[in-house]
Design a protein around this ligand. Sequence first.
Ligand code: 13P
Ligand code: SF4
Length: 306
Amino acid sequence: MKTAELKEAILKAKEETGTLVLAHTYQAPDIIDIADITGDSFALAKAATNIPDKKRVLLCGVRFMADTVKILSPEKEVVLSHKSATCPMAEQIAPERVRAFREENPDVCVCAYINTSTELKAECDVCVTSSTAVKIVSALPSEKVLFIPDQNLGGYVSRFVPEKEIILWDGCCPTHHSVSVKDVLEAKAKHPGAKIAVHPECRKEVVALCDFIGSTSEIINYCKSVEDDVIIATERGVCDKLSRDYPERGFYQLAPNKLTCPNMKMTTLQNVYDALLGNFGDVIEIDEELRLKAKRSIDNMLKYGG
Ligand code: 13P
Ligand code: SF4
């Protein structure tokens, strides 16, 4: 089928199967076109708390996002768009290590980036997304916080919350962490006068060279608020969206070969169509005891970050 025909067929299949399609902003533009709700990790988690009239949700993104939907809406059938689409950060720390840390450090609050497995969330006190991390960590009752697994996001949070002792893990997003100072300097030389907006998953020396730091949705809002051209230092889905929404503006993708997340870009339109018909993707199943333990961390995120 041609792209336009496939999109038509997807819209029809969504109706016929009572499926709501959620897509992270990092999905390819064709997937964004057929989604019902798009946004950053926090927006998708919030959407998952209120899915009134659909019996099934198809999550186009990576596994932890589909797991989050299932944790919050266990009565729905939740399908991940591509079985192999996982965020490498989700398993950069074994749940047993968190359990051991907690036993040795009972006064430390354990804060997990939402990009973690359900098993890890079950061992933690609270989750954060990149758009809510500073707000949530500031609001936590504990003076000491273990932040897992992203060293870059954790370091960014610690700069804004100096009153707390934040213990960092050494994990990272391989996509954002691969951006170098050289990449930024080259982009600045190519587009003099343009501002640079960066995601906090990038290295601190990269972030230091930029004009604005924020999550996916914060970068989009920043770009809407300024008139300058902007170099976008996050996954290319953001620059694709901005260029499509504001074709008259100048948005430039920083290091496009590096800032294309292979897992986020795994899902194709054909996969979506096949998943809607029940022939592709992965139906999420979570043991009930595990779900309830992991839900506590997500509920705390919604409580402190909402
Ligand atoms: P946000 O959606 O919170 O900006 O996170 C970016 C990301 O890498 C999601 O996988
Ligand atoms: Fe994970 Fe990074 Fe890809 Fe987001 S961009 S899914 S954090 S690897």
